[in-house]
Design a protein around this ligand. Structure first.
Ligand code: ADP
Ligand code: ADP
Length: 234
């Protein structure tokens, strides 16, 4: 059973009577323990696809099965539950609470689950250890950390619920290349631990870390070979 099974998905935005066809028949399968990267120019549909994969938005037509579940059949509460327990989100700008401690930032997602209060801190420490953040930082406010440390805290927050799927939108976009390598290594390790990782990037260097790369152009997915053929023609 693939973790992600997207079949012929279209997404049409109807902004003031002028429809924008943002996804035009996207199909995509991603297995457990697979690290996929999605590349494409601005406006090609990356955010739209990520929003659908993250259950923040639903297709206009076509189906999305997440771990075998047709998300179109879930109500808003069930979708919120899927987002909170099965999916971890990582952003370019980290999105941490700046004045809260590292531990507090990482325990936050557990407030929306049935993890007992006494277990929350232990789970957060385990997640932080798994991304290699030294314990001396756990009680620091997150705004006292470097960019690379902040992104590791954000990744720990994404992992603390043990999600099946981790979605990362330009996670190294604000990091220098040495720090990016540290962060990309954490994605490789979570892939090795059986998670499914989907990462959006503009950076071909980042894409080399993934098992597989798909390209998106004008709302359509292209394989590496189709993308090379497209570039050759243009
Ligand atoms: P990215 O930085 O990923 O290229 P964009 O700058 O295209 O993202 O879009 C940023 C946000 O604005 C996205 O959440 C997207 O859904 C929304 N957005 C993009 N284009 C439009 C539009 N024409 N009308 C309304 N919202 C839009
Ligand atoms: P990317 O992330 O690759 O920059 P997006 O998915 O944000 O691309 O956008 C794909 C297309 O859909 C663009 O033409 C964008 O302007 C449009 N779009 C995105 N979000 C919205 C929205 N909320 N309303 C209307 N149009 C949108």
């Amino acid at each position: 059973l693939p973790v992600i099974d997207v079949r012929n998905v279209h997404r049409i935005y109807d902004s003031g009577g002028v429809p924008t066809h943002a996804l035009r028949g996207v199909s995509l399968m991603v297995r457990r323990g697979e690290f996929l990267c999605i590349m494409g120019p601005s406006g090609s549909g990356k955010s739209t696809l990520m929003n659908i994969l993250g259950c923040l938005d639903t297709p206009t037509s076509g189906t999305y099965l997440l771990e075998g579940v047709d998300v179109a059949k879930l109500d808003d509460d069930e979708l919120a539950q899927v987002r909170a327990t099965r999916i971890g989100f990582v952003f370019q700008s980290f999105n941490l609470l700046p004045r809260s401690t590292v531990i507090r930032n990482v325990t936050l997602p557990l407030l929306y689950t049935d993890v007992a209060p006494r277990d929350r801190e232990r789970r957060a420490c385990e997640a932080l250890a798994s991304v290699g953040l030294p314990a001396e930082y756990f009680d620091h406010r997150s705004n006292e950390l470097s960019g690379g440390q902040m992104q590791r805290v954000a990744i720990a927050r994404a992992l603390v619920n043990d999600p099946a799927l981790v979605l990362a939108d330009e996670p190294t976009g604000n990091l220098d290349s040495a720090t990016s390598e540290v962060v990309l290594n954490t994605f490789v390790r979570m892939r090795d631990a059986g998670k499914t990782v989907v990462l959006i990037t503009h950076d071909p260097e980042v894409a080399t870390w993934a098992d597989r790369c798909v390209h998106i152009r004008d709302g359509r997915l292209l394989t590496d070979e189709q993308e090379r053929a497209h570039v050759m023609r243009s």
